[in-house]
Design a protein around this ligand. Sequence first.
Ligand code: TRP
Length: 369
Amino acid sequence: MHVADIQFWITLFTPNRDNNLSGVVYNSDLISGEFRSFIMSHRVLTGITPSGIPHLGNYIGCIRPALASQDDGHEHLYFIADLHSLIKQWDAKTRQNDILHVAATWLALGLDPQKTIFYRQSDIPEILELNWILTSVAGKGLLNRAHAYKDKVADNIENQQDADKAITMGLFCYPILMAADILAFNADSIPVGKDQLQHVEIARDIAARFNHVYQQDFFTLPEAIIDEKTQIIPGRDGRKMSKSYDNTIPIFLDSKPLRKQIMKIVTNSLMPGEPKSTEGCTLFSIYSAIATPEETQAFRQAYAEGISWGDAKQMVFEYLDQLLEAPRARYQDMITHPDTVFAHLEEGSHKAQKIAAPLLDKVKGLVGL
Ligand code: TRP
């Protein structure tokens, strides 16, 4: 065990850790692999919403860390949350396309469908059955407090509109469906970004409520696992890389357009030879998130020695280009042969259903259906 492991351990058992949030927040740089594997117990589940072409922020902040853990000896379930995408996207063709691109991205970047269970949410009808059973015990007040919903209401009020304008029941009930995703497998650990922490907390509350109503310790209370190191990756303009800011860099651009995008990253007007700060530097954030600690140290040194922005950009480009070369070829191949991608998902859905179907039978028995 590292010293940092022990520090982490103390935090874990300190009341009111991280402002009373229920999730386990850790820094993957500071704790050892074995320890991380210890805190991620048994069944680990993550959902991926298909929306648009995945970008470098998704890769660095979410896909890479998620895939790094597939060898940790736990059971991993990854799924394409296509039912969740229904609330934001009403175009069927776009959805089909998004599902293919997101699934191909994860597979191309190394998701191993043999070692893990990789499936499509809508292939598991048990999730929707459980969704209703959970809806029937979930308090409306609990969902009133969900940030995504509350923010929309606040926007409407601020714009002097009806509080419910453009709010669907899908948006309101989104956290219940997420609870069903998790509880249909009795998953223990849910690695998510900070923005999803509240959703996992709601899933815990719903699980506890069900257990209380039916007087059974039936559902495992899931725990959110948050790697605070890989939170925010800046986009070309320095703000968080996000589709809503239109500052993203797609993962699988060909070399030339990739280089062009990296060259467009905003820096400052310091000249070659002038020492540069790594603090708040977009280029440095991207590089340090993907390079080894030694490489990052060397890059930091280059900044101190006044590397030119052009050279720094070239280094980041070359690093990314080399890292993504093989996955890019696999991705192109899958996009041109979508059947291979859908075959993987189908196989995964069979495996997932082997877990969810007997669990649902038990739930139905418990509630008297
Ligand atoms: N809502 C999650 C997101 O937008 C995706 C998701 C759906 C999910 N169901 C889940 C994540 C269950 C974890 C567990 O990122």
